[in-house]
Design a protein around this ligand. Structure first.
Ligand code: IMP
Ligand code: MG
Length: 176
């Protein structure tokens, strides 16, 4: 089977939307410092693009949780692969994710982070597939709602490929 990537959201569209969300976050966090938690690996591209557009002070930490194998289906199992380096106590935490699908990963992660007593905890995602939600998650900032299709690019992968695409595309599987 061959894979073809069809553009869903162009680089320009994504960039303009990130600028818009960043402006909103700058307003909401005026006078505060954001402690940005980037969820590896997919969240990295979005976190960098977002952070470059923030004018409030930002510190960073990284976490890696795994709920997917090298496939397009969730295993339903969430596991912390890499934990944060710093405590969250008293910090205004903003979790940055690539995509919310079933909501399992984020719902688990938000519970774990809440127990560490941050001053505030909010969630920002590049993409959201609301139709696919199995577990409820409060999303504070979302750039795009997308249909139930498997997407790649801007940090998102299919079998570890395509993360580096500067746009969001849908994977089409073609018979040879
Ligand atoms: P959830 O726990 O089902 O919400 O899954 C969240 C994680 O699944 C994301 O952080 C992605 O790593 C992965 N994922 C979900 N949908 C897609 C997709 O369309 N393309 C690539 N990865 C996805
Ligand atoms: Mg992710």
């Amino acid at each position: 089977m061959r894979e073809n990537i069809k553009v869903l959201l162009s680089e320009e569209e994504v960039s303009a939307k990130i600028q818009e969300i960043a402006a909103q976050i700058n307003k909401d966090y005026e006078g505060k410092q954001i402690h940005m938690i980037c969820v590896l690996k997919g969240g990295v591209f979005f976190a960098c693009e977002l952070a470059k557009r923030l004018t409030v002070p930002v510190s960073f930490d990284f976490m890696s949780v795994s709920s997917y194998g090298d496939d397009t289906k969730s295993s339903g199992v969430v596991r912390i692969v890499k934990d944060l380096d710093q405590p969250l106590e008293g910090k205004d935490v903003l979790v940055v994710e690539d995509i919310i699908d079933s909501g399992r990963t984020l719902s688990y992660l938000l519970k774990v982070l809440t127990d560490r007593n941050p001053k505030s905890l909010h969630l920002c995602t590049l993409l959201d597939k609301p139709e696919r939600r199995v577990v409820d998650v409060d999303v504070d900032y979302s750039c795009f709602n997308i249909p139930d299709e498997f997407v790649v690019g801007f940090g998102l992968d299919y079998a570890q490929k395509y993360r580096n695409l500067p746009y969001i595309g849908v994977v089409e599987f073609l018979e040879d």
